[in-house]
Design a protein around this ligand. Sequence first.
Ligand code: DOR
Ligand code: ZN
Length: 344
Amino acid sequence: MNKLTLIQPDDWHLHVRNGAILKTVIAHTAKQFARAIIMPNLNPPVLTVGQAMDYRSEIMQALPANSNFNPLMTLYLTNRLTEDEVKKASKSEYVHAIKLYPAGATTNSDSGVNDFKDIYPILETMEKVDLPLLIHGEVTGNDCDIFDREKVFVESSLNDIVKRFPNLRIVVEHVTTKEAVDFVLTASDKIAATITPQHLMFNRNAILAGGIRPHHYCLPIIKREHHRKALVEAAISGNPKFFLGTDSAPHLTGAKESSCGCAGCYSAYGAIELYAEVFEQAGALDKLEGFASLYGADFYQLTRNIKTITLQKQNWTVPASYQVDDKTITPLKSSEVIGWKLAS
Ligand code: DOR
Ligand code: ZN
């Protein structure tokens, strides 16, 4: 197959930051995707519907002229979130979900939640008003090995939340393990998951074998090969519980190439092309449209996109870096070749 036309995809998990980084990265997303769920882990975080509206305006202003891209906003769940704010969010046509970070799990998650019991009243309200909960599914703390943090979270906290709030729609974000995939598969149809390109493409050797590669470091950390295979199986299964969420998370090159480098892979520049390569290698290009363009919209109860995009089988070399003022962002697969290209 040399050409692939798809209903325009959406990105159900995206970080765009603000300021100069926003300006660079939002153009990359908007040239492929119709919509994206915008993560609220700014510094300071997006806590209220008012703040989400301000952030949305900033994103709209940073978009290239004539773009039809629609940013779907989220709130950051802290102990300070009120039931009134949840109700307000559920009535807003711009706010689509609330994101739960365990405190300290990842970039800008200091305001996250320490004890989930504290937020049960909020989850109950979300369940009532049918507002989806997006979960960064990792336990924190140094008593748990970093490669086990998702698995332990699934066994402990996630199981409990799902049992307690059976009608709450939940997206287990960026699943990275067979255990998380199996959990989602056996859970009710209220439970879905996003999968990133890096977790489909790489196993942990890509971070550590032959030298430390900071641009492959993200959280949850990339796992062993048998987990990668389970993720590919889930993505190409045609099961609507699994859909596209890049978790594209731009950091300046210097912040990643550091003695204590930040977590996050920048993939938005060519996300749909990266996924196309994965699906092609798995012999499942026919399953890409469901994963990338249909199932996420259905889960979020939004209309499916109508326009299409076309990908061509064509090699192109990823730039070494993207400019942000006088600094750079180094993309995932920097200076490497991708075999599919978005037709302009
Ligand atoms: O690797 C990550 N980077 N994982 C996250 O959960 C957050 C993200 C970021 O915001 O940089
Ligand atoms: Zn993320």
